[in-house]
Design a protein around this ligand. Structure first.
Ligand SMILES: CCCCCCCCCCCCCCCC(=O)SCCNC(=O)CCNC(=O)[C@H](O)C(C)(C)COP(=O)(O)OP(=O)(O)OC[C@H]1O[C@@H](n2cnc3c(N)ncnc32)[C@H](O)[C@@H]1OP(=O)(O)O
Length: 239
């Protein structure tokens, strides 16, 4: 699981909380589907197949999508997630269930976090290299995790990027992020991307400011956030 923080239960929106075994089975299945759909996305942007073959596959994929029944509401926190500060199965950055995610695997370091991943052709900007927006996404997420590991989960209010070298596709990357200071609800964070092979050459770097919303603001932003056990005893935020 891509979660550097201890799991906690203040995450459910509805009364029916599956047991631990049920959550584990659901997460495993979500990750398995995410893995296969990521492979499909890669094949989709890599293929040189002829139009007939592409149309045949499009038809098949439409049939597969129809099997994915049920619809999560926009602000509903998935039963398998732990928000804030834990697993986000469908995060576009770390979520093993998201076909958009590389996915970035984040672990806690002393004073920050380290993330690892490789980008694919679906993340391409200049031919052979990562899209700048994807680099910003990797850094933003890692810096958000650094805030959470420091005990101040927050939202980005400012992200300043420096692109120093192109980020190669299909290379193992290392994303580092650490908190550099705090001021009230503001957290200052810095981060960098290198390849694992050459950790001394910074490809992209960022400085960011994150803000922990006050409890009232957090309740308004995240109405799905509930007390442990899914009761309506109010939000866990700010307690
Ligand atoms: C426990 C709660 C859980 C909830 C937290 C969970 C989040 C878990 C995310 C997980 C995933 C991570 C993913 C990556 C992080 C995203 O991608 S977050 C998505 C992108 N960011 C956003 O959408 C944030 C949009 N901004 C907002 O909604 C509001 O600015 C916020 C963040 C709720 C803060 O609003 P507010 O509480 O009204 O803050 P406000 O009083 O205006 O400002 C607070 C302080 O910040 C300063 N500030 C505001 N903007 C700026 C700025 N641009 N530059 C510098 N300083 C600024 C203010 O000057 C003020 O400073 P002081 O006067 O206190 O010295």
């Amino acid at each position: 699981m891509n979660s550097p923080l201890p799991h906690h239960s203040a995450t459910r929106t509805t009364a029916e909380q599956p047991d631990e075994e049920g959550v584990h089975r659901q997460r495993t299945a979500i990750a398995a589907l995410g893995h296969e759909v990521r492979a499909l996305v890669d094949a989709t942007v890599r293929t040189t197949a002829a139009p007939d073959a592409l149309l045949r596959v499009a038809e098949g994929v439409r049939g597969l999508a129809a099997q994915l029944t049920g619809r999560r509401a926009r602000a509903e926190i998935p039963v398998v997630d732990e928000f804030p500060g834990g697993a986000r199965m469908y995060s576009p950055v770390t979520g093993t269930g998201s076909p958009l995610a590389p996915p970035l695997k984040v672990t806690r370091l002393d004073g920050g976090v380290a993330g690892t991943c490789a980008l694919g052709l679906a993340h391409e900007g200049p031919p052979g290299y990562g899209h700048g927006g994807i680099s910003a996404m990797l850094l933003d997420e890692s810096m958000g995790w650094a805030c959470a590991t420091a005990g101040m989960p927050g939202m980005t209010v400012s992200l300043q990027m420096r692109y120093q070298r192109p980020v190669p596709l299909e290379a193992r990357l290392r994303v580092l992020a650490h908190v550099t200071g705090t001021e009230g609800r503001k957290v200052y964070v810095a981060g960098s991307i290198t390849t694992e092979e050459d950790p001394s050459t910074v490809l992209a770097a960022a400085e960011g400011v994150f803000v922990s919303p006050d409890p009232e603001h957090a309740r308004a932003l995240f109405p799905g956030l509930r007390a442990p056990g899914g009761s309506d005893g109010g939000t866990a935020v700010g307690r």
